[in-house]
Design a protein around this ligand. Structure first.
Ligand SMILES: C[C@](O)(C(=O)O)[C@H](CC(=O)O)C(=O)O
Ligand SMILES: [Mg+2]
Length: 299
């Protein structure tokens, strides 16, 4: 496996490419909104992720079944990229249609500030990659999706990742064959979905010249491999798409139940981020000082 070279770290895509070079492997963390993205940035993460499931579940209360639109996702991209400097990888699902729709997806996501996206080979009526009974399009159709994305790119640093869901239905050899075809079509990296073993990851990384991403999503088909284990088999990027979201959800549910049962929030107060911690992440005091400075003559 060779690493991607930086196309200049001034663009979002350039920063993402540089982060892959600088981190072996690069951890990419899911941030379902602007504020969590700010926290991930502050603690030192080098790459953020906007999950398709996250947009559907968190922003719309919908399952991850291809029901959200390009605009829905771009709105969340803009919110995150407006609040952070760290490059954002975005889940583009199946690209929302044929070649022209995929071209729009590349353009709109670039304009919204995304560093890159992944586009997958599931049928439009897609499912979560870790659920049974997924269906995939033909290899030719997937290659056409990648070609359409590459052709539409006007910012050459925009990162185009091809995701294959083929392993579940067709096995690892067929999935690698698809990945190779996507590489030949100009993909910058491969997202190997629902992989079961380190040996399977190794088979992908050995066969390919471009970086491979491992999706380490919880409660799915892939064991929770450590980044060191994944790095040892040549994986370049490790994705944690919904980890913080799942934890936030459990914490929120606990608070709602406790308020109902106890009549106050004292039992869960230690689970809460304090007002001062919140303000610190938001840089609240700098805003307040600016306000004082701007309107001091009125005092
Ligand atoms: C990565 C993913 O596409 C997502 O939308 O975050 C999901 C994650 C999940 O459902 O756990 C997927 O793997 O399909
Ligand atoms: Mg998804």
């Amino acid at each position: 496996m060779t690493t991607t070279t930086s196309a200049g770290a001034s663009t979002a895509g350039g920063k993402f490419r540089q982060a892959i070079v600088d981190n072996q492997p690069l951890q990419v963390v899911g941030t379902i909104n602007a504020y969590t993205a700010m926290m991930a940035e502050r603690v030192g993460h080098q790459a953020l992720y906007l999950s398709g499931a996250g947009v559907a579940n968190a922003s719309f209360g919908l399952p991850d079944l291809g029901m959200t639109s390009l605009n829905d996702v771009c709105e969340d991209i803009r919110r995150i990229t407006g609040a952070t400097e760290v490059p954002l990888l975005v889940d583009a699902d199946t690209g929302w249609g044929g070649a022209f729709n995929i071209a729009r997806t590349v353009k709109e996501m670039t304009r919204a500030g995304a560093a890159g996206f992944h586009i997958e080979d599931q049928v439009a009526q897609k499912r979560c990659g870790h659920r049974p009974n997924k269906e995939i399009v033909s290899q030719d159709e997937m290659v056409d999706r990648v070609k359409a994305a590459v052709d539409a790119r006007f910012d050459e640093s925009f990162f185009i990742m091809a995701r294959t869901d083929a392993l579940a239905q067709q096995g690892v050899d067929a999935a690698i064959e698809r990945a190779l075809a996507c590489q030949a079509a100009g993909a910058d990296a491969i997202f190997a979905e629902a992989v079961h073993t380190l040996e399977q990851y190794q088979a992908f990384t050995k066969a390919l010249d471009i970086p491979v991403l491992a999706n380490i999503t919880e409660f799915g088909q892939t064991p929770l491999f450590n980044k060191q284990e994944l790095s040892s088999v040549g994986v370049a990027m490790v994705l944690y798409p919904l980890s913080a979201f799942r934890a936030m959800n459990k914490a929120a549910l606990n608070v709602y139940q406790s308020i109902l049962q106890q009549g106050d929030q004292k039992a869960v107060i230690d689970d809460m981020q304090t007002r001062m911690e919140l303000y610190d992440f938001l840089n609240y005091h700098a805003f307040e000082e600016k306000l004082d400075q701007l309107f001091s003559q009125k005092k």
